[in-house]
Design a protein around this ligand. Structure first.
Ligand code: GLU
Ligand code: ZN
Length: 318
């Protein structure tokens, strides 16, 4: 059998405009960007403005400023999810024809919880399959009852993560049948990401390891829609001294604030480069200068702890 022509290497950054981006977001984007650039791959930008009920006006402009400031440039125009609804709709239609989704009328709370990018703390309880007896055509007889579309999870694909190695996360136990279309009438994160990554020809996805449990779900969608999946790598997040995800109590780690305070982007990049083992000490360096120094295997397995001393160091570096 002739092997398919390899696709050009292409990566993406996929921020959700839910508010200001912080040092933790910057670290993930830097790893994804450098991995791509060090392989000669192109980087695209996608604004995930259907991802969450927490979308904030103005966040997109801020994201563009943050990336530009950090020197993480991208090719082409940003892809905006809210302009692509017909594409997601077509994918849903295909899943309906295949009887791989069913209408779910369970409470709105349950459904909304399951419908955003499920960062670990948002992974809801396992869906008990209450509505799984329904055929997709029964949606027509539900009248005005609001319903979401759930994907039937009959398998849980294992995959080789470029950073974490062989991963088997059993999504039949974790979450079960998942939402691909919200009762509000908009696509859910899992479906939109797969449709977009496939349509954009993305061959490598690097993102935070809190999204690792999304990958088996996305692999099921690739399979169902007969699309070619990218290679995945999930990298550790940045946490505060107390071991919790970066938040206000850890000080102002927002990129926009650092920028406004006159901090040089090279100081932030240098700190992150040091945290990833590419340089021996946190010294000022640009993203471009790091391209030849990039390695995924020097990134520590544990989260990077952004202590108040380290934060102070970049704040006073200008
Ligand atoms: N938009 C998601 C987020 O910011 C990332 C999705 C992805 O990388 O697949 O959490
Ligand atoms: Zn249900």
């Amino acid at each position: 059998m002739p092997s398919p022509t390899p696709r050009p290497l292409r990566a993406r950054l996929a921020p959700s405009p839910t508010g200001a981006q912080h040092v933790g977001n910057a670290r993930t984007y830097l790893i994804a960007w450098l991995s791509a650039r060090s392989q000669g791959a192109e980087v695209r930008l996608r604004i995930e403005d259907i991802d969450s009920p927490r979308i904030k006006q103005g966040s997109t402009d801020l994201i563009l400023e943050d990336l530009c400031w950090l020197g993480l440039n991208f090719t082409g125009e940003p892809i905006i999810q809210t302009t692509r609804i017909p594409l997601y709709d077509a994918a849903l239609e295909r899943l309906r024809e295949l009887e791989l989704v069913y209408p779910c009328t369970c409470t709105r709370g349950d459904i909304e919880q399951a419908a955003s990018a499920p960062h670990v703390e948002h992974e809801g309880p396992r869906y008990p399959g209450t509505c799984s007896h329904r055929r997709s055509g029964e949606a027509n007889s539900l009248g005005t009852r609001p319903f979401a579309w759930r994907f039937r999870v009959n398998a849980s694909p294992t995959f080789t993560d470029r950073f974490l190695g062989e991963l088997s996360i059993d999504i039949r136990e974790l979450g079960g049948d998942f939402v691909v279309w919200k009762s509000a009438g908009t696509p859910a994160y899992q479906l939109a990401v797969v449709v977009d990554d496939a349509a954009m020809g993305i061959t490598e996805v690097i993102r935070g390891d809190d999204l690792a449990p999304s990958t088996p779900r996305q692999l099921l969608l690739y399979r169902a829609l007969d699309l070619e999946p990218p290679v995945f790598a999930h990298v550790p997040l940045v946490i505060g001294q107390d071991g919790r995800r970066l938040a206000k109590r850890h000080g102002d780690t927002r990129l926009a604030s650092l920028r406004k305070d006159g901090v040089q982007p090279e100081s932030v990049i240098g700190l992150l480069a040091w945290s990833c083992g590419w340089v021996g000490e946190p010294r000022a360096i640009s993203a471009t200068e790091l391209i030849p120094l990039f390695r995924l295997d020097t990134v520590p397995r544990s989260p990077f702890v952004l202590t108040s001393e380290l934060l102070k160091k970049i704040e006073t570096s200008r």
